[in-house]
Design a protein around this ligand. Structure first.
Ligand SMILES: Nc1nc2c(c(=O)[nH]1)N[C@H]1C(S)=C(S)[C@@H](COP(=O)(O)O)O[C@H]1N2
Ligand SMILES: [Mo]
Length: 494
C-alpha cells in the first residue's frame, strides 16, 4: 500500500516536472529553477570551492540533479497528499482528488516560479496522474480483477509516456531554435568590423588548428554563474541605480545608457577559480559606455572608497571605487546584444580585475561607508583584485619535419604581456617566444608560439613577463582562494 503511494507520488512528480519543462523550457519558470537556486545558496562555501576546482564545469549537473529530485518528490508528495486527503474527506475515489492534487501543485509551482499560467504545465499532469489512479485502482467494494487493472495501468503508462516524451521533444526543439546563435558575424547589431579585422591581422600563424584566435566566439566564451537559470530581463525593464553614499542618487534606463558616448573595446576576462592551465580565459569585443562620467555625476563620498555591485540574480561583489572608475558598462558582445548568459542587457567590465568583479545583469551600484564581503568573499575567495600573470600552454603539435610547435595565450590584466619565455629543458634555459602584436586596449591577452627541434624526452615550461618587467611567479598554488600561481609545464616524448 505504502509502496503504491510512493510509486504514484514518483510518477506524478516526474510527470509534473516534465510538464513544467515542456511549457517553460530551461528557464527561470521551470519548477526546478527556484529549487536549484535554493540548493546553490544552501551549499557551504568549502563544498562550492572544492567543486569549482575539482569537478569543474560539470559541477552544475550535480546540483541540478539534486534540485530535480527534490522537485519530483515535492510535486509528487503534495499531489498525492492532496489526492489522499480528498479521498478521505469524500470517502470515495474520484476525480475530485485529482482536481485537488492539481490545484495544490499549481499553487506551489506558482509560489515558486511566479508564473501562474506556465504553472499549469506541472499542475495538469499531476492532477491527471492522480485522477487516473483513482479510476484504475479498485475501490474496496469493486470486484475488478488483477488483469483488468494491469491492462488499464499499462495503457495509462503508455499514454503518459507518449505525452511526456512528446512534450519533452517539443520543448527541446523549441529551445534549440531559440538558442540558434549562428556565427558571430551574422546578424550584427553593432559595427565592430574594424576591431575584428585588427584582431585577425594580428593573429599568429599556428600550424595547429586547435588554438583559439584573439577574439573568442560567443558560443565558446567561458561562462561562470552562481545561478543555473539566467535572469530573463527585457531591456525595457532594466534600470541601474546608484545609491548609498552619494551626493545625488541616480537611476538610468537602458535607453538613457545607450544615448551616452558609445565605444567598442577588446577586454579579456579570467576567472579566479580556473586551474593554472585552465580555459576560463577569453576575450571579446564589447560595446558600451565608460562608467566614470556616471560616477562623477553621483559624486561618491563613502569613507571606504568602495562599492557594492548588485545584480538581478542576487549576485553581489564589493571592490574599490578606483577600480570601478576605469570600468565600462557593456550591452554588446562581438557586435551583438549581450547574450543572456553574459548578462543581458547590461554588465560591467572592470579592467584587469578577476572575472568575478565583472557583474552581469547589473542592477545597482551602492556606494558604501564600510567594506562588506561580496558573494564569493563570503565563501572564502579573495578574487576582487588584479589578475595573476599567466602563460597558458594550450597546444603541443609535432610537425612533419620533426620539430615541435608549442603555443597558447598569455594574460596579465592591465600590466600587459611584455614577453613569453619557453624552456625545453625543464626550466634550465629559456628562449623568447613569438608573441602576437598588441591589440588596442589596456586589458587584453596575447598569443604566443615557439617552434624547436626536440632532443629526446623533455619538459616544456612557459612563463610570462608582464609590462612591469615582473616574471610570473614560479611558486605553485591552487586556484582557491586567490587564483592559481606557478609555471605551466608539460612532459613531451617525441
Ligand atoms: N550577476 C552575476 N555576475 C557575475 C557572475 C554571476 O554569477 N552573477 N559570475 C562572475 C564570475 S565568477 C565570472 S568569472 C564572470 C564570468 O563572466 P562570463 O560568464 O561572461 O564569462 O562573471 C562574473 N559576474
Ligand atoms: Mo569567476
Amino acid at each position: 500500500m505504502v509502496d503504491r503511494k510512493l510509486r504514484l507520488a514518483g510518477l506524478a512528480g516526474a510527470s509534473g516536472v516534465a510538464g513544467s519543462y515542456a511549457v517553460a523550457g530551461y528557464t527561470r519558470q521551470f519548477v526546478v529553477a527556484p529549487i536549484d537556486a535554493a540548493v546553490v545558496r544552501a551549499t557551504p562555501g568549502p563544498v562550492v570551492a572544492w567543486a569549482i576546482t575539482n569537478v569543474g564545469t560539470e559541477a552544475h549537473l550535480l546540483h541540478v540533479a539534486l534540485a530535480t529530485a527534490i522537485a519530483i518528490g515535492t510535486l509528487g508528495g503534495v499531489g498525492v497528499g492532496g489526492y489522499l486527503v480528498s479521498r478521505r474527506l469524500t470517502g470515495r475515489r474520484q476525480f475530485a482528488g485529482g482536481v485537488l492534487a492539481g490545484a495544490l501543485v499549481w499553487g506551489l509551482t506558482t509560489a515558486l516560479t511566479a508564473a501562474p499560467l506556465l504553472a499549469l504545465g506541472s499542475a495538469v499532469p499531476v492532477g491527471l496522474v492522480t485522477a487516473l489512479e483513482a479510476v484504475v485502482a479498485p475501490a474496496p467494494e469493486s470486484d475488478g480483477t488483477d488483469s483488468e487493472r494491469r491492462a488499464a495501468l499499462s495503457s495509462i503508462g503508455t499514454l503518459l509516456f507518449v505525452g511526456v516524451a512528446g512534450g519533452l521533444g517539443w520543448a527541446s526543439l523549441r529551445d534549440s531554435e531559440r538558442s540558434a546563435d549562428g556565427p558571430d558575424e551574422e546578424a550584427q547589431s553593432f559595427d565592430v568590423s574594424a576591431l575584428r579585422s585588427q584582431a585577425e591581422s594580428r593573429e599568429l600563424d599556428f600550424t595547429s588548428e586547435d588554438l583559439p584566435g584573439l577574439v573568442s566566439p560567443i558560443g565558446e566564451f567561458y561562462n561562470v554563474d552562481i545561478a543555473e537559470f539566467d535572469p530573463d530581463l527585457p531591456p525595457a525593464d532594466w534600470t541601474l541605480s546608484f545609491s548609498g553614499e552619494v551626493d545625488r542618487e541616480l537611476t538610468v534606463s537602458f535607453e538613457e545608457i545607450q544615448e551616452r558616448p558609445t565605444e567598442h573595446r577588446f577586454v579579456t576576462l579570467r576567472c579566479v577559480g580556473e586551474s593554472l592551465n585552465g580555459e576560463k580565459l577569453d576575450t571579446a569585443i564589447w560595446t558600451g559606455t565608460p562608467l566614470k562620467p556616471l560616477l562623477d555625476e553621483v559624486d561618491p563620498d563613502g569613507a571606504c572608497g568602495c562599492a557594492m555591485l548588485r545584480a538581478e540574480d542576487d549576485y553581489f561583489v564589493q571592490f574599490p571605487v578606483d577600480a570601478l572608475e576605469d570600468g565600462f558598462l557593456a550591452w554588446g558582445m562581438n557586435g551583438r546584444p549581450l547574450p543572456d548568459a553574459h548578462g543581458h542587457p547590461v554588465r560591467v567590465l572592470v579592467p584587469g580585475h578577476w572575472g568575478e568583479t565583472n557583474v552581469k545583469w547589473l542592477s545597482e551600484i551602492e556606494l558604501l561607508r564600510e567594506p562588506a564581503d561580496g558573494y564569493w568573499e563570503k565563501r572564502g575567495w579573495h578574487g576582487t583584485g588584479p589578475v595573476n600573470t599567466v602563460a597558458k600552454l594550450w597546444d603541443v603539435t609535432h610537425l612533419e619535419d620533426g620539430r615541435v610547435e608549442v603555443g597558447g595565450h598569455a594574460y596579465a590584466g592591465t600590466r600587459g604581456i611584455e614577453r613569453v619565455e619557453v624552456s625545453t629543458d625543464g626550466g634550465a634555459s629559456w628562449e623568447t617566444a613569438t608573441v602576437s602584436e598588441r591589440l588596442p586596449g589596456d586589458d587584453v591577452w596575447r598569443q604566443w608560439r615557439h617552434v624547436y627541434r626536440p632532443d629526446g624526452a623533455h619538459e616544456v615550461v612557459v612563463r610570462a613577463i608582464d609590462g612591469d618587467g615582473t616574471v610570473q611567479p614560479r611558486d605553485r598554488s591552487e586556484a582557491f582562494p586567490s587564483g592559481a600561481t606557478g609555471w605551466v609545464s608539460r612532459e613531451i616524448t617525441p
